[in-house]
Design a protein around this ligand. Structure first.
Ligand code: ADP
Ligand code: MG
Length: 298
């Protein structure tokens, strides 16, 4: 496992606002990371710090195991954190040629990157004729010209229509399949769920969760129960069960949050052994959305 980026105890204050608080996480090669959080949670600030455009207040980060300077490391990074300025009266290809000159890289990658973002057919059209989605795809192409190890995107689908959103997400996955590590920031839960392998959930600058997306999705779930028996007694029996994390009542439903991934039959057997018969028993996995809301409601 090769570490691309390691962030440790990062803090950023803007006057009294703590935009980033004690943030630590690692980016491992080959994965797609999503920094997920509502607006103002510190996503863009974090990206700005690691790209050396925002000064940190304290803490540290190191690129590629710290073997090279940040300045050199950033030559192996492709990033779009603001809408890049392209020249409206130049074609896509001419705009990319200009960026190659600025970055000091050869034109070799231009055709490949245009293919990657599905703009090869439109390469000789002027930028001003492009739709918003095409402009964003050209921005991604421009970030790929130096053949980066990692591509960093801040809210890559903002402002796009559903078709444009879908296309960008497909392109991000395609780029990752080609071996490029991805770090994106998004306030959209379903974006992270659909695109990313790993997630870092931020709230008010603090990390609430980091790990694989499936692990966040596949928590141990809940079991809903209805019973004709005495509710208080049933709740007590459930609370005494070692597989139970918590017990809540919602109308006539008793909701058991599980400590481990046990089956509804196992819970049924336990209740039966404690002389409780039930009239309804359903196991559910909370959606990522529910878990995100649970996390951010704290
Ligand atoms: P996100 O990208 O998650 O929406 P930001 O990183 O942009 O969040 O912002 C985090 C917090 O820092 C917010 O409270 C925001 O208002 C504040 N902030 C961001 N940039 C600045 C700045 N240049 N000056 C003052 N406050 C800022
Ligand atoms: Mg932002």
């Amino acid at each position: 496992m090769e570490t691309i980026l390691s962030i440790k105890d990062l803090n950023k204050n803007y006057g009294k606002i703590q935009a980033v608080k004690n943030l630590s996480f690692d980016i491992i090669k080959g994965n797609i990371y999503g920094i997920l959080g509502p607006n103002g949670s510190g996503k863009s600030t974090t990206l700005g710090i690691i790209l050396n455009v925002v000064n940190r207040t304290s803490g540290s980060f190191s690129w590629f195991n710290g073997n090279i300077s940040t300045h050199k490391a950033l030559k192996k990074v492709g990033a779009i954190i603001e809408r890049p300025n392209f020249y409206p009266y130049m074609t896509a290809r001419q705009n990319l040629q200009l960026i190659c000159q600025i970055k000091g890289v050869s034109y070799d990658k231009i055709n490949d990157t245009l293919e990657t973002v599905n703009l090869f057919e439109r390469k000789d059209d002027k930028f001003r004729t492009y739709s918003l989605g095409m402009k964003q795809r050209l921005a991604i192409a421009s970030a790929l010209l130096n053949d980066p190890e990692i591509l960093i995107l801040d809210e890559p689908t903002n402002g796009l229509d559903p078709q444009g959103i879908h296309e960008i997400r497909q392109i991000i996955k395609k780029i990752a399949e080609n071996g490029t590590t991805i770090l994106l920031a998004s306030h959209l839960l379903d974006e992270v769920e659909k695109v990313c392998t790993h997630v870092i959930v931020l709230q008010k600058g603090e990390k609430l969760y980091s790990g694989r997306v499936e692990t966040m999705v596949a928590s141990n779930g809940i079991i809903e129960i209805k019973t004709e028996e005495n509710i208080e007694n049933t709740i007590n029996v459930l609370k005494n069960y070692h597989e139970t994390a918590s017990v809540n009542v919602d109308g006539d439903l008793i909701i058991v949050q599980l400590e481990n991934d046990i089956s509804s039959a196992t819970l049924n057997k336990y209740l039966f052994e404690n002389n409780i018969t039930i009239s309804h028993l359903v196991k559910r996995k909370p959606s990522l959305e529910q878990q995100f809301l649970d996390l951010t409601n704290n």
